[in-house]
Ligand binder design. Structure first.
Ligand code: PLP
Length: 359
């Protein structure tokens, strides 16, 4: 019950152990097509350029920045936690300029501040933000932020590593342009893959680049030769076959459950956990309206030793919860309810184990 990776369902672990076949095998290629279709469902998009990058969420992040930004470009970046900071780092490493919109940790991104930054920087090409900040547990209003990007002629880059499969996410309806995620959170798959999706506008921007994408591995133009619609399936890199079996299984499971039902399950489990924690006098960091059901940040009660409690939970109850990151280190616990971890028996275990640890 940490901030990810979440528990992996036995069906997904079983899929991981299937015999490895070649990355050009017709059966494998058919599965790749299914993965793309299932990812479109998870992202709620018809974007043709929708695929899993063969590396973790950070690579999906980097894929979005290196493909959309060129040296000399400008990006407005919202920073309300660790991962917004990482986005700034990506922008500068592309040789572009980052305009930061900082927000107090634990709060969602402030659309008024973003609007002001976009007004003041009419030459910005990109607006980047994190939908679900795993370091704080805050949910930002992705629809409003994507809308602001559109109104100012910017492409949006949206981090959905923790949101995909856990809370409502509508890539097409919200007109998000470059969206990346991870497999290890609400999809309950093993870590190491990063689903991404690019709108037609984002693809047009990639095609119109003056400089080649500085990363060979993450250059979407090259990856498309293997993953693209009607592509020749030309060798680009050896696909992580077994990891893709696992992703396929997790997406099939998401489809079986139904996306809305998965969102609902996360919300219901969150309410049960919140009731239990609040009955112990434990308080949430994030205001109710902006709380992520899948990542519950709570203040460590006065007089309680952070590391000792987490160590006790792990050794005595075989239960992991997350420590605070950055500004929140030593002050906050992060309790994950992601994917297969978002189950009632886990909540009961957590409440029992935490009461025991704090006695
Ligand atoms: N973005 C967010 C919001 C995350 O929570 C994480 C990982 O926890 C990442 C990006 C990076 O993903 P990964 O650790 O898979 O590289």
């Amino acid at each position: 019950m940490g901030p990810g990776p979440s528990d992996v369902h036995p069906r997904i672990l079983e899929a991981l152990g299937r015999p490895t076949i070649g990355h050009l095998d017709p059966d494998f290629v058919a599965m790749m097509d299914e993965i793309k279709t299932l990812l479109k469902y998870a992202f709620q998009t018809d974007n043709e350029l929708t695929l899993p990058v063969s590396a973790p969420g950070s690579a999906g992040m980097e894929a979005c920045f290196v493909n959309l930004l060129e040296p000399g470009d400008k990006a407005v970046v919202c920073v309300n936690g660790v991962f917004g900071n990482r986005m700034v780092e990506n922008v500068t490493r592309c040789g572009a300029t980052a305009v930061r919109v900082d927000q107090e940790w634990g709060k969602p991104v402030d659309p008024d501040a973003v609007s002001a930054a976009l007004e003041a920087n009419p030459d910005a090409k990109v607006l980047a933000f994190v939908h679900a900040e795993t370091s704080t547990g805050a949910r930002s209003d992705a629809e409003t932020l994507c809308n602001l990007a559109q109104r100012h002629g910017c492409l949006s880059i949206v981090d959905t590593v923790t949101s995909l499969g856990g809370i409502p996410l509508y890539v097409d309806r919200w007109k998000a342009d470059a969206v990346y995620s991870g497999t290890q959170k609400c999809l309950s798959c093993t870590p190491g893959l990063s689903p991404v999706t690019f709108s037609d506008a984002a693809v047009a921007a990639i095609k119109a680049r003056k400089h080649p994408v500085q990363s060979w591995f993450l250059d979407m133009n090259l990856i498309l030769g293997y993953w693209g619609e009607g592509a020749k399936r030309a060798y680009h890199h050896t696909a992580p076959i077994n990891a893709l079996y696992a992703l396929h299984e997790s997406l099939v499971m998401l489809q079986e459950e139904g996306l809305e039902n998965a969102w609902q399950r996360h919300a219901t489990m969150h309410r049960a956990l919140a009731a239990g924690l609040q009955s112990m006098g434990i308080e949430f960091v994030v205001a109710e309206a902006a709380r992520l059901p899948q990542l519950n940040s709570v203040y460590i009660p006065e007089g309680i030793d952070d590391a000792q409690v987490r160590q006790y939970l792990l050794s005595k109850h075989n239960l992991e919860i997350g420590a605070g990151l950055g500004d929140f280190a030593g002050k906050v616990w992060r309790i994950g309810l992601m994917g297969y971890s978002a189950r009632r028996e886990n909540i009961e275990l957590l409440i029992r184990a935490l009461s025991d640890a704090m006695r």
